[in-house]
Design a protein around this ligand. Structure first.
Ligand SMILES: [Zn+2]
Length: 310
């Protein structure tokens, strides 16, 4: 996508990096949406992955549908993509977290009568400006799209024909993250708790500054317990993945953290650690994504050295 722009911005604006890659111009205007097409992939059990920079999931029930996240695109295009799959109304829109590239389409579905659901922390974050790593403030999402129902404990939500487990987690990617598990379809939606085609992105220096590498690792362990070999795992960005791929990715995260810690203990500077190219031979992320490995190492270094975002 836009590796140069990405590299420039992700160094300081990690939580926004994926959205920026997907949304040329957002950095300048604050609000430009992803302009590309929305692709729809059937993943079984009446579930569909909608992808346009970030991912959303549509689950079709007997007389309605559930949408997990709402992309950052022309809302009319999102509606057309949903209607191309089903004429049934979206009754429930569940957000995995507050970031704009997962919530920008909330308002149009609220207007169509969908109940908007998130954790209370994510709902609060949607009502606040988002501070990027460069200090700029992005406005809150459209008030019409703010969640009206919040859950902070594991909760089962159902419509006829579809049932999901909403699983709030803390201090991982950003503020008020949640995973969503569809037991019948055996599909686990991780939101930005996982990026399958790039290295992790978390709110270490942006937004709430409450993201945490260790917190995200703990969520990965929880997710891997929930998943079996046949579980389809939908990341917030990148292609559909599975337990084996995520297990290898998590092993990489643990390995590289140990390596960076050891280099810090030997007095190496951030530039020296980035220059060590610890991920030169790593292929944990799926191919085709933005190359954010240097920014990832730099952010991890800062997090481990300062304790913020570690
Ligand atoms: Zn995010």
């Amino acid at each position: 996508m836009m590796p140069a722009t990405r590299r420039l911005l992700a160094a300081t604006a990690f939580a926004l990096a994926a959205a920026l890659a997907a949304a040329p111009g957002w950095a300048q205007t604050g609000v430009n949406a992803f302009k590309g097409p929305i692709t729809t992939t059937a993943i079984g059990g009446g579930l569909y992955q909608l992808s346009a920079g970030s991912n959303a999931v549509l689950a079709v029930g007997a007389d309605g549908a559930i949408l997990i996240d709402s992309l950052f695109n022309d809302p009319a295009k999102l509606v057309a993509s949903v209607e191309a799959v089903t004429p049934r109304p979206v009754k429930l829109l569940v957000n995995t977290h507050a970031h704009l590239d997962h919530t920008a389409g909330n308002a149009i579905y609220a207007g169509k009568g969908a109940r908007i659901v998130s954790t209370s922390l994510a709902a609060g974050a949607m009502q606040q400006p988002f501070t990027g790593g460069d200090g700029t403030q992005r406005p809150p999402i459209d008030k019409a799209g703010w969640p009206t129902t919040t859950y902070d404990k594991v909760t089962t939500l159902s419509i006829p024909g579809q049932s999901l487990r909403f699983i709030p987690v803390r201090n991982a990617h950003g503020e008020g993250d949640a995973m969503v598990f569809f037991p019948k379809a055996n599909v686990l939606v991780l939101g930005d708790l996982h990026h399958s085609h790039e290295y992790p992105v978390w709110d270490a220096v942006t937004g709430c500054k409450c993201g945490s590498y260790e917190g995200n690792l703990q969520v990965y362990r929880q997710a891997l317990k929930l998943a079996d070999a046949r579980t389809k795992i939908v990341p917030g960005h990148g292609g559909l993945t599975n337990k084996a791929e995520v297990t290898a990715y998590v092993a990489m995260l643990e390995r590289v953290r140990g390596q960076v810690k050891a280099l810090i203990a030997r007095g190496k500077s951030k530039d020296e650690v980035v220059a060590a190219k610890l991920l030169a031979d790593d292929h944990s992320p799926q191919p085709g994504g933005p190359d954010n490995r240097d920014n990832f190492i730099a952010t991890l270094y800062t997090a481990l050295q300062t304790g913020v975002g570690a």
